[in-house]
Design a protein around this ligand. Structure first.
Ligand code: MN
Ligand code: MN
Length: 468
């Protein structure tokens, strides 16, 4: 028997802010769509574990969707689709709008690099008849999480003659895998006294790669020789070729559903593929937008966005300048009128570790895509704090399209902090706010997201690009 709502209940509904579980808000049909969308996303996660592989995947899909390589000497018309591949490590996708570029663009920016173990430039050595690679970790990692899990090796080796060998070992079920060893608890009495931050040290992240010696030879370092011989036969590389290589070790496990209800996805590299994939899919889904739509999938975010494939470089600005020139518009005008969703993840509230969050302002899995007005640390240092006006715009856009969304802060005040590419976009005088998916176990080798949130990120980017 349904009871009539009291005046107080009615008023609360009208006046209070109370974000809900997405499944209470959306239809079963939309839930099914979200689950279907995530099947493709899981396959992307398995195929694109590094920034280079993400570019290859997105580029192939872009071409199938009618995108052609951008040529700054050409003229493009409304509805034309172009891509700009920046050194195979970041990529810009654009669909020319009906409105002139002086009206600005609708820009979404996500990153496709993730925390990992990079091989050092002279990585190969043998100790006690075991062969290893030395590593230097990339991005923010809890080092102890990277031991005793299967790893795969990805990347490129540029040989002395300039040709490239592409490496991808450990992803096929039949491939060998690699691992960083750890101490057995029986002998870890001293190690266990270290702090968690120091439990495994950077120079202890050595990857096990072989243990059988080269046969019929009197030389020393025969295990290393055997490995080098295998690599020479397979890739034609010699040891000095590592000096001009980028080899990255990432977790070898595949993405999968999490939970009896299959409501979540566990995987390596959700940060930030969980925003990059929806941002790319959203631009693939649109035809003839009002405003020129741009998705940039960038590199180097995890180490501060520096480097010419990161968003602290001018490559995006130059691309926009080339577009602007084509229409005889000043690029300052285009950037100054551009609206951007900086697409990055936020830390979801974890009930096991409630102390680092402030419940009223944390983001939660399943409450939809999260808007993060500011990140940073120590009193909002190192962030772009979006204006109330821009928050208001984005808020009414999402509400108007029934996109389930929430607001979220990255941890409680002074608990730590972080940053995104938003501040580099703001530096170009673009209006920008962070929008992305809440993640559990962020930056771990195996992160968790909710399927409904992933789909809401896609809906948010699509709505943004379709703005009139
Ligand atoms: Mn990120
Ligand atoms: Mn990150």
């Amino acid at each position: 028997m349904s009871k009539e709502k009291s005046r107080a209940e009615e008023l609360k509904e009208k006046l209070f802010y109370n974000p809900k579980h997405a499944s209470e808000v959306i239809s079963q049909e939309e839930t099914d769509k979200a689950d279907a969308f995530c099947e493709e996303y899981k396959s992307f996660l398995n195929k694109a574990k590094t920034e280079r592989e993400a570019v290859v995947y997105v580029l192939e899909k872009a071409k199938k969707n009618g995108f052609v390589e951008f040529d700054r000497a050409k003229k493009y018309n409304a509805g034309d689709k172009v891509y700009y591949n920046n050194r195979g490590k970041s990529i810009i996708l654009a669909v020319i709008g009906k409105k002139g570029l002086e009206n600005g663009t609708r820009l979404s920016a996500a990153h496709i690099d993730s925390p990992r173990l990079d091989m050092k430039q002279n990585p190969l050595y043998e100790d006690t008849e075991i062969a290893y690679f030395k590593t230097h970790y990339y991005g923010g990692v809890k080092k102890y999480q990277w031991t005793a899990i299967p790893l795969s090796l990805h990347g490129v080796v540029v040989k002395r003659d300039g040709t490239k060998a592409y490496v991808n070992v450990g992803e096929d079920d039949n491939d060998p895998k690699f691992v960083v060893t750890d101490l057995l608890p029986h002998l870890a009495a001293e190690q266990m006294k270290r702090t968690l931050a120091d439990g495994i040290r950077g120079e202890e992240l050595n990857i096990l790669i072989g243990s059988r010696p080269f046969k019929d030879d009197e030389a020393s370092e025969k295990v290393k020789l055997n490995i080098m011989n295998i690599l020479f036969e397979k890739y034609g590389i010699i040891e000095s070729d590592f000096l001009s290589a980028e080899l990255e070790a990432v977790p070898a496990f595949k993405s999968c559903d999490i939970g009896f209800d299959r409501s979540m996805i566990g995987s390596y590299g959700h940060d930030d593929r969980v925003c990059a994939y929806p941002a790319a899919e959203a631009i693939f889904s649109i035809e003839n937008p009002e405003y020129t739509a741009i998705t940039v999938l960038t590199d180097k975010e995890e180490i501060g966005s520096d480097g010419n494939t990161g968003l602290n470089s001018s490559y995006l600005k130059y691309f926009v300048a080339d577009l602007a020139n084509m229409q005889g518009v000043n690029y300052h005008t285009v950037l100054s009128n551009t609206h951007c969703l900086s697409a990055d993840v936020n830390a979801a509230f974890d009930p096991t570790f409630p102390d680092v969050s402030e419940r009223r302002n944390a983001s939660y899995i399943n409450k939809g895509v999260v808007i993060t007005k500011y990140t940073g640390s120590r009193g909002k240092a190192g962030t772009s704090d979006a204006s109330a006006e821009y928050m208001g715009k984005i808020r009414s856009m999402l509400d108007g399209a029934d996109v389930v969304w929430q607001s979220g802060e990255l941890g409680k005040v002074d608990a730590g902090g972080g940053g995104t590419v938003a501040m580099y976009l703001a530096a170009l005088n673009i209006d920008v706010v962070d929008l992305g998916v809440p993640v559990l176990s962020m930056h771990a080798p195996f992160e968790v997201v909710s399927k409904l949130d992933v789909y809401m990120a896609y809906r948010a980017f699509k709505t943004f690009f379709e703005e009139k």
